[in-house]
Design a protein around this ligand. Structure first.
Ligand SMILES: Nc1ncnc2c1ncn2[C@@H]1O[C@H](COP(=O)(O)OP(=O)(O)O)[C@@H](O)[C@H]1O
Ligand SMILES: [Mg+2]
Length: 467
């Protein structure tokens, strides 16, 4: 009998102060121990590489925050035997909106017309002769936060004032797309597993749910699913999310895409199961994820849905001839596919890390290191600022005391006493700012140690999607 192929050794890739997308609970049924390797912010490359080697890890699983992306491209080159999941190329779009644009342009995916400038005077020259309104966004930051760094400008005066105030680098300018709503599609193994509409509040244009928008799961158009699947295939991503705008002109355009996104635990369980099947070459079964399951699961109250784990479905076996032909058609339309290993790099940093490679004209003789490391997590998540880019928040983002109470009520291990300690130390405004923008501030509260901190942030990850 042929010798059984051993399972690869898995490890979770974690970073200090960054939300953990996966833990052991998402990999229920994996027979071996899963290692953990934590990257400490700062100069930790060598130690991290050593630890991965010492633990003999074959597969490192986890999202890399934008601000550590380039460091991890270097790390992955020094660990050629280790498979990063998702690959660094698949995570290219996580780093910045600029990268999303390059990715979509290369793979012929629809996006709003976008212009990117590394010289401010070139941006101004462009804006002097363009049409308005335009959208100006921060391309790269420690992170994105739900429309916080997205601005609509109606004329050149507004555009200039904004650029003078924000000092965004590069300057990322997009046509303003009047839209009905946008759609988030989550994909695993190139198969849609969840999709919902995000609609702006009455009379507003921002659709982020954190800005008062609403969401619903019914009748997401096929075309949006197709675009998300096409993008996932192009990125060769094990898991993937796309935000797609549906314009008033009826056209679909990708606004954001990434392997990092906020998701309920049952979604992460499905991804874990898909990955286990991939790594065990099918010995562990793939999850069966019925098409359009979200239309039904979405009817469950989100406070309940966010506690549901390991949702499983059996495949329907028809008991007579006239089987449900629609269901079998859908299944073939989006088969759950393995992700193929690709050799070489699609997006080498020497070419694509423009932020660090570009030497501004004014500094042609001096080379600056703009390589910023910080904590963040991708598609609309926790935000924290670096000193180099000055931002004056435009919209106030704040949770009420009542919202904070209901949030903390859901955090395991945080009782009324600790809740009061947090609110007394940071205040209502300070607490919501800490959750949204600078979670490390929570560690300043007496008795909030790493474990509590993680419990708080992991609950926040789920809670915030429902705001
Ligand atoms: N080009 C655009 N035209 C119209 N609205 C836009 C455009 N780009 C973004 N928006 C609106 O702003 C929101 C936030 O923009 P997005 O690019 O997703 O940044 P963020 O990282 O802040 O979520 C979108 O969900 C959408 O409602
Ligand atoms: Mg967004």
């Amino acid at each position: 009998m042929a010798k059984k192929k051993a399972l690869p050794k898995l490890g979770f890739l974690y970073l200090d102060h960054v939300l953990r997308f996966f833990d052991n609970s998402n990999f229920k049924g994996w027979p071996n121990k899963i290692e953990k390797v934590v990257y400490h912010w700062g100069n930790d490359k060598k130690r991290f590489i050593k630890e991965v080697k010492r633990k003999k890890i074959d597969v490192l699983i986890g999202n890399i925050p934008a601000t550590a992306y380039e460091t991890f491209r270097e790390i992955s080159r020094e660990l050629p035997e280790v498979r990063f999941v998702p690959s660094l190329d698949a995570q290219f779009a996580n780093k910045s909106k600029e990268n999303v644009t390059h990715f979509c342009e290369k793979h012929d995916l629809p996006i709003p017309k976008t212009d990117i400038f590394y010289e401010k005077d070139e941006a101004i020259a462009f804006l002097e002769k363009t049409t308005f309104p335009k959208i100006i966004k921060k391309s790269y930051g420690p992170s994105n936060y739900g429309g916080y760094f997205v601005h609509k400008v109606d004329d050149i005066t507004e555009a200039k004032a904004l650029l003078a105030q924000k000092k965004y680098y590069p300057v990322y300018v997009q046509e303003f797309v009047p839209m009905q709503a946008d759609i988030r599609v989550m994909v695993v193994g190139h198969r849609p597993m969840c999709a919902f509409w995000r609609r702006p509040p009455e009379g507003e244009w921002l659709t982020n749910t954190s800005q008062g928008g609403t969401m619903d799961y019914q009748n997401v158009p096929q075309e949006a699913l197709d675009i998300a699947v096409k993008a996932s295939v192009a990125a060769n991503a094990e898991y993937w999310a796309c935000d797609i705008a549906l314009g008033e002109d009826g056209k679909f355009r990708i606004l954001e895409c990434a392997t990092a996104f906020a998701a309920f635990p049952y979604i992460r369980d499905w991804i874990g199961q898909y990955l286990m099947s991939l790594f065990s070459e099918g010995k562990i079964k793939n999850p069966y994820i019925p098409a359009f399951n979200w239309e039904e699961l979405g009817k469950i109250r989100s406070s309940v849905l966010r506690t549901m784990r390991h949702i499983t479905f059996g495949e329907y076996t028809p008991s007579y001839d006239c089987a449900d032909s629609l269901e079998s058609m859908n299944r073939e339309m989006y088969p759950l596919l393995p992700v193929e290993l690709r050799l070489g790099e699609e997006w080498p940093s020497e070419i694509w890390n423009r932020q660090d490679n570009y030497v501004p004209r004014a500094l042609q003789s001096r080379v600056v290191d703009l390589h910023l490391e910080h904590e963040d997590v991708g598609l609309e998540d926790v935000e924290s600022e670096t000193g180099s880019i000055e931002i004056e928040p435009q919209r106030e983002l704040s949770l009420s005391q009542e919202q904070l109470f209901s949030f903390f009520a859901g955090v395991k291990g945080v009782g009324p006493k600790m809740r009061s300690a947090i609110l007394d130390t940071l205040g209502v405004k300070g607490t919501s700012e800490a959750l949204m923008k600078d979670p490390s501030k929570l560690l300043a509260v007496k008795n909030v140690k790493q474990k509590k901190y993680e419990a708080i942030m992991s609950h926040w990850d789920e809670f915030r999607v429902t705001l």
